[in-house]
Design a protein around this ligand. Structure first.
Ligand code: FES
Ligand SMILES: [Fe+2]
Length: 440
């Protein structure tokens, strides 16, 4: 893969600048050396989005979601292939919500039109007079057709290719970007060695602010310093590091090396547009822990994040279950998201209302990757204009309940997770113990 180093930022002994590291400290970074004009990311806001883990889409179930406020749905056809359909019935525009899916056939709840997975209406006589159908069947069949976006499954994710228009014939979809770019294996993941867990969270805030947050390393020490179980992530001590940024047409990558051991990576953050961020704890070839963060622009101030983390330790399933590893990880994730959410909401407010003027903010060396991201986002939004389909009626939130599946009320999730921990602790420890005592 082409991969050219363009910038090498030296962070001037950040420990001496930041000690004691307290709120309001000024972070000063110099020796920024721009050797070459950066290459541009080729992919814009139209491209492949990981929509959900494969396990979320059960047979004969519909998964409702939206991209840039366009209502969409996923289901599996008779061959188990994933279909992404525009949630608009081609008869009179009803939503399929409340309809049904059976053996890969979608039935509209309004007048009962039934569509094959390819999109053909199979019971035209239900929605028009039979003599018209008899005379003009071909004409009708051609006109009444589901609109689709291309969907594929890879690495146990369901991806959708979002573009400026849906298609009635999927063979016509012109793939400007190859899905291979997102393949975990070509991004240094050795899936056979690892176990993974997933957390899905919906936020009522701007999509781009969440990506920006996941590209930002500095806040990790400050915002999450008390939560992340890593001895090097600490509120009071900021680890000193050098930063290297790689950029090519397919991704931007920021690598942080320890200051006192310049060959040792602390963290590597890779952004693959439009929606994926990969975080490697150390060099990917030896990293024991990697995170895949997918960002889904559900709509204006409606965003979903899927976090999947792979780890190479504790592969034993029984041991994992006994120590409630999954549940504890989930708990930590929700706490981390809760911490970010407070920041993201105010970020959204300041940016969306245009309150920030260029001369009011100072981007420092560490913020360089954020700057690349902002530039990319601004350009992509102007070029692709993904919001052009949306009605400006902001009060119309009829889809929110359907689409906001992983509720943003973190407290509620926290309670559910705590209850699950209590229940599982009881069934795995207390119940067998009571049972044993009774026998004795
Ligand atoms: S709107 Fe769907 S069948 Fe009439
Ligand atoms: Fe964060």
């Amino acid at each position: 893969m082409e991969n050219k180093q363009i910038n090498f930022f030296k962070v001037k002994d950040i420990n001496t600048v930041l000690k004691p590291f307290k709120k309001g400290s000024v972070i000063s970074i110099d020796n920024v050396d721009i050797r070459e004009k950066p290459k541009q990311l080729e992919i814009g806001l139209y491209g492949w989005y990981a929509i959900c883990p494969s396990s979320e889409l059960k047979n004969n179930k519909i998964h409702y979601f939206s991209l840039f406020d366009e209502p969409l749905l996923l289901f599996r056809d008779e061959k188990n292939n994933v279909r992404c359909i525009k949630n608009i019935c081609p008869h009179r525009g009803a939503s399929f919500y409340g309809g049904s899916i059976s053996n890969g056939k979608l039935t509209c709840p309004y007048h009962g039109a039934r569509f094959s997975a390819e999109g053909n209406c199979q019971n035209l006589d239900r929605i028009t007079c039979s003599h018209i159908v008899d005379n003009n069947y071909d004409n009708y069949a051609k006109r009444i057709h589901l609109s689709q976006y291309k969907a594929v499954e890879k690495d146990s994710y369901i991806y959708v290719y979002f573009s400026d228009h849906s298609e009635t014939d999927l063979n016509n979809i012109n793939e400007k970007s190859l899905i291979n770019n997102y393949e975990l294996i070509s991004n240094g993941f050795n899936l056979h060695d690892s176990v993974s867990e997933e957390v899905l969270v919906d936020f009522k805030c701007d999509w781009s602010r969440i990506i920006e947050n996941h590209l930002d390393i500095l806040h990790i020490f400050w915002v999450h310093g008390d939560t992340i179980p890593d001895k090097e992530v600490n509120k009071n001590v900021l680890v000193s590091f050098n930063q290297k940024i790689n950029i090519n047409q397919k991704f931007i990558e920021s690598i942080y090396y320890y200051k006192n051991n310049p060959t040792k990576e602390f963290i590597r953050i890779k952004y693959i547009p439009p929606g994926r961020v990969l975080i490697y704890k150390g060099d990917p070839s030896v990293s024991k822990y990697v995170q895949v963060l997918d960002h889904i622009p559900l709509g204006e101030n409606k965003s979903r994040v899927i976090v999947r983390h792979y780890r190479k330790f504790l592969k034993n399933k029984l041991l994992n279950n006994l120590i409630l590893f999954k549940e504890i990880q989930k708990k930590i994730f929700y706490k981390i998201f809760d911490e970010d959410y407070m920041i993201l909401k105010t970020q959204t407010y300041n940016h969306k209302l245009g309150l920030i003027k260029n001369d009011e903010i100072k981007l420092l060396g560490e913020d360089r990757i954020i700057n690349y991201f902002w530039n990319w986002y601004k350009k992509s939004e102007e070029k692709d204009n993904p919001w052009k389909l949306i009605s400006k009626n902001k009060e119309l939130n009829v889809y929110d309940e359907i689409i906001f599946k992983y509720p943003p009320e973190i407290k509620k999730l926290e309670i559910i997770n705590n209850l699950s921990i209590i229940r599982k602790t009881f069934t795995r420890y207390a119940a067998p113990l009571i049972f044993l005592l009774l026998i004795i």
